[in-house]
Structure formats: C-alpha cells, structure tokens
Design a protein around this ligand. Structure first.
Ligand code: L34
Length: 297
C-alpha cells in the first residue's frame, strides 16, 4: 500500500487557527503581537521564505514588518538596529534571516537579540534552556517536525528516532526536543552525521527517520525500514529547465521510491516548510504573552 502523505500545509493551517484565537485574546487586552524580520541582501530563497512568513503572519492577525538592508551593509548597522528593536516595547519578536553575507558574523547578530524576543530560538541562552529541559521558546523547524509527528498520529514517545544531520538549527535542537522527559517526547534518539559509519545500517533501525542533512535525495529506499515514518527537512533547489523558475524543490529523501516502502512521509514542498513558518508565529504569540505577563523568559 502506498504511504500516507503527511501534509504540512494542512497541519500548519490547524496551528494558524489556534493562534488566531490566542491573538484575539491578546488584542482584547490591548496587545497586538508584532514581528520584525530583517534580511541583508537578496538571497532568492530568503526572499521567498520571508514572503511566506509575512503572508502567514497576516492570516493569523500578527502584524509584521520586513526590514531589508543592502548586501554591503556593515555589521554595526545591523547590530544597532537590533538594539533599537530590543528597546521597543511594541516589538515582541525579532529574527534575522540566515544566511548573512560573509562580512557579518551570524553569532554576533544572534547574540545581540534580546532572548525574550528571540523567536527563532537561536540565542545561546534559549538553546541552553532547551538542552536543560526548561525551554522558553522552541526553534521553529525542529518544533515544526515535532508538531507534525504529534498531529499526524505518530507520537515519538518510546520510538527509536534516527536524525540524519547535526546542524545547530535542525539536528541538534531536534535531538534536545525529542529526548525531553515529557509526554509526546520521550524518544530514543540517534543522531547521524558525516562521521557516522554504516549509515544505512543505522537508518534502517529507525521507527521515525528524520532527514536533515541538506543533500538532495540522499536517503534512498534501501536505507529505510518497511513501515517507517519519514520526515524530510530538506529544501534543496535543483536545476529544472522544464520549470519557469529554472529550478524545482526536492527534499533530502528519494520521495517517490520511499512512498512504496514507508508508512508515512512528508512531501517537499508542502511538508516541513509551512510548519517552520507556523512555529515562528507560535513563538511570536508566546513571546507577546510572556512579555505581557512577566517580562521575563
Ligand atoms: N533566521 N533563518 C532564520 N530563521 C529561519 O527559520 C530560517 N529558515 C531556514 C533558512 N534560514 C532561516 C527558514 O525560514 C529555512 N526556512 C524556511 C522557511 C519556509 C520554507 C522553507 C524554509 C517554506 O515555506 N517552504 C515551502 C516552499 C517555499 C518555496 O517555494 O520557496 C515548502 O512548502 O516547503
């Protein structure tokens, strides 16, 4: 039987509907959640992702603004803008879209953001809180993966989850989320990376396999167990002359081949991508609620 396709678009819509209610409750208290997004330069993928974020924010009633700086903007200018936004009580969430031009240090930028307003959850303080098992916000893509699993009926509880990829924004925080001692988490997690030997032997042991290494179609059918659940975090642009844009998006799995073998799988596009956006809005609402309640994270 062909696999069930887990629709990130549909699940993101569910999340949006829940967030609309929380935004309405904030509005009733005179608070309107506001997200500021910054980009330096015109990386085409970043432009596209940020449009998606603006559109979805408007759908749930979050006001957002995107500040675009020219490619050659100096690091100090970006840091000064962040400092100004940190002080502005009407701004609840701040993100700086990555990648940044080479002359800007992403670590300095991330560390300049007030942890209370760090809706990407990239600041070391927020990453540390997550690892200690007392998170404030959760990082958007890993949180999106978790919500996809929970809301499609594949709780990671007690399962063997194999993550391929150890990046600071995907693999590592996903590991921290799924090993939490709490309902809906409690998974046994193996993290594979470029130093892993016998990768297929390990991926075949996964009840839930998460592909987050950024290599187009790298997970092939021989690497998955029959009946596994597969979440594809990859968004790779590959050249395709038949498309108007000249490229198409593919994930980190050989999707069509896996369909014949697995229990369920997420598509690209329409899988994890829309969930990343939904979780950014989730964090913006939570940040606004937290700032209204205590002013502390
Ligand atoms: N600071 N930088 C910061 N925060 C982030 O959370 C991101 N990321 C990643 C890149 N840099 C970042 C994103 O926003 C990746 N990412 C992202 C966001 C949205 C989508 C994909 C990646 C998305 O909406 N994907 C759609 C297709 C979009 C398209 O056609 O270009 C999908 O259906 O997968």
């Amino acid at each position: 039987m062909p696999a069930k396709i887990i629709s990130g678009r549909e699940i993101a819509e569910q999340v949006h509907a829940e967030l609309r209610e929380r935004v309405a409750a904030l509005n009733a208290r005179g608070i309107s959640p506001h997200l500021v997004m910054m980009r330096v330069g015109e990386d085409p993928a970043s432009v596209s992702y940020m449009k998606q974020k603006e559109k979805s924010a408007a759908e749930v009633g979050i006001s957002s603004e995107t500040l675009v700086f020219p490619e050659e903007t100096k690091e100090e200018v970006v840091l000064a803008k962040i400092a100004e936004l940190n002080r502005d009580p009407n701004v609840h969430g701040i993100i700086v879209q990555l990648p940044l031009p080479r002359h800007i240090d992403p670590r300095k930028v991330v560390e300049a953001i007030d942890p209370l307003k760090d809706v990407d959850c990239f600041h070391p303080l927020n990453v540390g809180k997550l690892l200690l098992g007392e998170p404030y916000l959760l990082p958007c893509t890993p949180h999106g993966v978790w919500q996809l699993l929970l809301r499609s009926g594949y709780s990671p509880e007690g399962k063997h989850v194999v993550i391929c990829g150890r990046s600071n924004i995907n693999g590592k925080p996903l590991f921290a989320i799924l090993i939490q001692k709490k309902a809906g988490a409690n998974a046994t997690v193996t993290v594979c990376h470029t130093g892993t030997r016998n990768l297929p032997e390990i991926t075949r042991q996964a009840d839930i396999l998460i592909a987050a290494m950024g290599s187009p179609r790298a997970i092939t059918a021989d690497m998955v167990r029959e009946g596994a659940v597969v979440i594809d975090v990859g968004v790779n642009r590959v050249p395709d002359p038949t498309k108007k844009a000249g490229f198409r998006l593919v994930g980190d799995t050989d999707f069509e081949a896996l369909l014949e073998k697995v229990e369920a799988i997420t598509p690209v596009p329409g899988g994890v991508g829309p969930m990343t956006v939904a979780m950014l809005l989730w964090n913006t609402v939570l940040a606004a609620e937290t700032q209204a309640a205590t002013g502390r994270c």
